[in-house]
Design a protein around this ligand. Structure first.
Ligand SMILES: C[S@@+](CC[C@H](N)C(=O)[O-])C[C@H]1O[C@@H](n2cnc3c(N)ncnc32)[C@H](O)[C@@H]1O
Length: 218
């Protein structure tokens, strides 16, 4: 991709610009020091470029099922020219075979850098619940004991919204798609546990979001 077509295909999300620094600080503390990190639902690719730079030498592997998003990620990548940022994969976590694509990619492209973490930002409330289930089920096939699964977004806690702005956001999500909505952290943790993940940390983030860190169990 030449520089001009790359610039034209980049998408920009203001929220990603705002939250990338606090998320990066949490990731720096909780991700394995050297590993391949798979990002599920990379969206525009702004995060991928920022995290690949901030969290090097880790390998950063972005992905998204949406071809327009992948084009944007590829465009940010073409301009950033970072050696540890890979081409985006077409992954949809509701498709049972998504871990197989990652394993094949890993064997062909980065056999020396094990996949030890999966990062998923702002997806499980903007997709059907099956996406959350598919994320944990697939992650369980890819990660081994002590590896990290990181979620970021708004969550209910104890069945309640934690802020009026989250309640309003939840209503607007459900109006767009009745299968979407802000998830309850307890229910997410139950689903995680069923797939063999242990909750390690819940960290309050700006704008009433949470960082939620799971480890793959032994
Ligand atoms: C609100 S955007 C968040 C993008 C990015 N993580 C961010 O925070 O800027 C939600 C993303 O989830 C992706 N997504 C939705 N359903 C998905 C699925 N089943 N598997 C993987 N990604 C999915 C969409 O394509 C979209 O890029």
């Amino acid at each position: 991709m030449n520089a001009m077509s790359a610039i034209n295909k980049r998408q920009y999300a203001p929220a990603a610009e705002r939250n990338r620094e606090p998320i990066s600080a949490v990731l720096a503390e909780h991700l394995p020091a050297s590993a391949t990190v798979l990002e599920i639902a990379s969206g525009t690719g702004q995060h991928a470029v920022f995290f690949a730079e901030q969290l090097a030498p880790r390998h950063w592997l972005p992905s998204d099922p949406n071809p327009i998003a992948r084009e944007s990620i590829a465009s940010w990548r073409a301009i950033a020219q970072l050696p540890n940022l890979h081409e985006p994969l077409a992954l949809d976590v509701t498709q049972a075979q998504w871990p197989d694509f990652v394993t094949t990619w890993q064997q062909q492209n980065a056999p020396e850098s094990a996949l030890r973490a999966i990062v998923n930002i702002n997806m499980i409330h903007i997709s059907p619940w099956a996406a959350c289930e598919g994320l944990f089920a697939g992650a369980a096939q890819l990660l081994t004991a002590g590896d990290v699964l990181y979620l970021y977004g708004p969550f209910k806690q104890g069945g309640q919204h934690t802020a009026p702005s989250n309640a309003a956001f939840d209503r607007s999500l459900r109006q767009q798609n009745s299968a979407w909505g802000v998830r309850d952290l307890d229910v997410v943790c139950e689903t995680a546990q069923q797939s063999g993940f242990v909750l390690k940390a819940v960290i309050a983030m700006p704008a009433n979001n949470l960082s939620v860190i799971f480890h793959a169990a032994d």
